[in-house]
Design a protein around this ligand. Structure first.
Ligand code: NAD
Length: 456
């Protein structure tokens, strides 16, 4: 394990899934230099007393599995990905796709500045055009007023811009909506920006001659986006049953389906969010905010669509220039084509308002451990890792769908839940699950039958 302690630690952990929980925890603890206390938090998690301070009317705690997505290489850096999720096969699938991505040098990511939007709704305005010109003329005054967080200002963030939108017709009459753009640095920023919106509202009332009603952030955080890209050679998809070139062509067809059809797009994007939400939960981030932003963004041109792009590209194979120089023969067309190779290009871009300070990122002890495992310092880096995870999750789902179908891999993992539901425990869980899969009938009744025969 000594190699995990150095700077060139690799997240490519072959056979991680075959190890025991304790062995996996030790590997992760060495990787992230967790203290013994932090390692204990991995299994003990939140106390009831801590839970009681987080929300209201607490009567207990609800635990979920905390797994690790392995094999991630993002911008040439290795990451282990903490994921909290109840659905089987998500962690296995994302780790598989991250391994595929390594064949193309991993994921490349980027992000915008962490700019949030707050909205102030203005009603009963005598002259909307005049109100808008007054508001825009008072931009500097409004921005100064909105500078309500000294901490965020000191970190280089704070209010950036005022924008005005006018709705002449709504179900209850005309309204003017003011947007305050605010860089919240490493916080998700809901509290900072809501405070700023409430602070500028009375001045907006004076400027417009109207009444301020709602003063709250927008979850369509389209100024705060992250993206991830990946390029994988076709050969990486080749198996004894499938040609890699066919698989990547079919992945592009599957994506095109989700670009044009909202019925497919909803499922396609749900798969992306399987991964992103799991990282959000592990790090104490607000997954409902992420969901709202992602789905609203997916419908930004008026039709709900896939958040991803997947396309087949042709590149000249490396080393061919050398071959060509050495050859005196005239190339035939077929030789030229042979030199081209097909690669799969994928891209995901979406709004991601996440933080590494504030909210549950600090109040949930496991969220702190998750951030340490990620080794992440900034909200932007976290959003970029999440984009890579979403892209990997989507790739895993599409690859399964265009080849064996989703059920084969899923059922093997689902079978364990069926065995548990039938009352199996300990070693019975895996052996009954294996038998259910072998028999091709992953059903509760069959699991109960097998179990009762064992203990007759
Ligand atoms: P917060 O208010 O707990 O923490 C943010 C504060 O931390 C900042 O205002 C700043 O004072 C301080 N800070 C310290 N170091 C910082 C740094 N490096 N960068 C930025 N700020 C730093 O949390 P928050 O992020 O404002 O709010 C998140 C919470 O708000 C979540 O729990 C979310 O569920 C909730 N929320 C969401 C919505 C919504 O999405 N519609 C609405 C209301 C509340």
């Amino acid at each position: 394990m000594a190699n995990l302690a150095n700077h060139h630690r690799s997240s490519r952990l072959s056979g991680f899934y075959q190890k025991s929980v304790a062995e996996r925890a030790t590997i992760v603890a060495q990787w992230a230099h967790l203290t013994p206390a932090e390692q204990t938090i991995l299994t003990e998690s939140l106390t009831v007393a801590q839970a009681d301070k987080m929300v209201e009317n607490v009567v207990g705690r609800y635990s979920l599995p905390f797994g690790i997505g392995v094999n991630f290489l993002i911008n040439q850096r290795d990451y282990l990905i903490p994921m909290v999720i109840e659905e089987p096969s998500v962690v296995a699938a994302v780790s598989f796709a991250a391994r595929l991505a390594r064949a193309g040098d991993g994921f490349r990511t980027g992000s915008t500045d962490p700019v949030m939007i707050a909205q102030v709704q203005l009603l009963d305005i005598p002259d909307p055009d005049l109100a808008i010109s007054h508001i825009l003329a008072a931009k500097a005054e409004l921005l100064a007023l909105a500078d309500t967080s000294p901490t965020i200002r000191e970190l280089g963030g704070g209010p950036l811009a005022i924008e005005v939108r006018s709705f002449a017709q709504t179900p209850t009459g005309p309204m003017v909506i003011v947007h305050l753009l605010f860089d919240t640095r490493d916080a998700m920023g809901a509290n900072a920006i809501n405070t700023a919106a409430e602070t500028i509202a009375p001045t907006l009332e004076k400027l417009s001659g109207g009444r301020a009603l709602l003063r709250i952030l927008s979850n369509l955080t389209d100024q705060r986006r992250a993206w991830a890209e990946v390029t994988i050679p076709a050969e990486a998809f080749t198996t004894p049953d499938y040609s890699g070139t066919q698989v990547i062509a079919d992945i592009a067809h599957a994506n095109a389906f989700a670009v044009v059809d909202p019925y497919r797009a909803a499922t396609h994007n749900k798969g992306i969010l399987n991964g992103i939400d799991a990282v959000a939960l592990a790090t104490g981030n607000d997954w409902r905010a992420i969901e709202a932003g992602a789905h609203a963004y997916a419908a930004r041109d008026g039709q709900y669509r896939a958040l991803t792009t997947w396309e087949v590209r042709e590149i000249e194979r490396q080393g061919d220039k050398e071959t060509r120089r050495q050859s005196d023969q005239v190339d035939t067309q077929s030789k030229i084509e042979n030199r081209k190779s097909k690669i799969l290009f994928g891209r995901l871009e979406l709004p991601l308002s996440v933080g590494v300070v504030g909210g549950a990122t600090r109040s949930h002890p496991l969220a702190q451990v998750a951030l340490k495992i990620l080794g992440i310092q900034s909200a932007r880096e976290l959003s970029e890792v999440m984009a890579a995870v979403g892209l990997a999750q989507n790739l895993a789902a599409l690859r399964a769908l265009v080849t064996d179908g989703i059920q084969r891999g899923h059922m093997a993992l689902h079978a364990r839940q069926v065995a548990i539901a039938a009352g199996a425990s300990g070693q019975d869980v895996d052996s009954i699950a294996a038998q259910l899969v072998r028999e091709g009938q992953v059903r509760l009744e069959r699991a109960k039958e097998i179990l009762s025969k064992r203990y007759e």
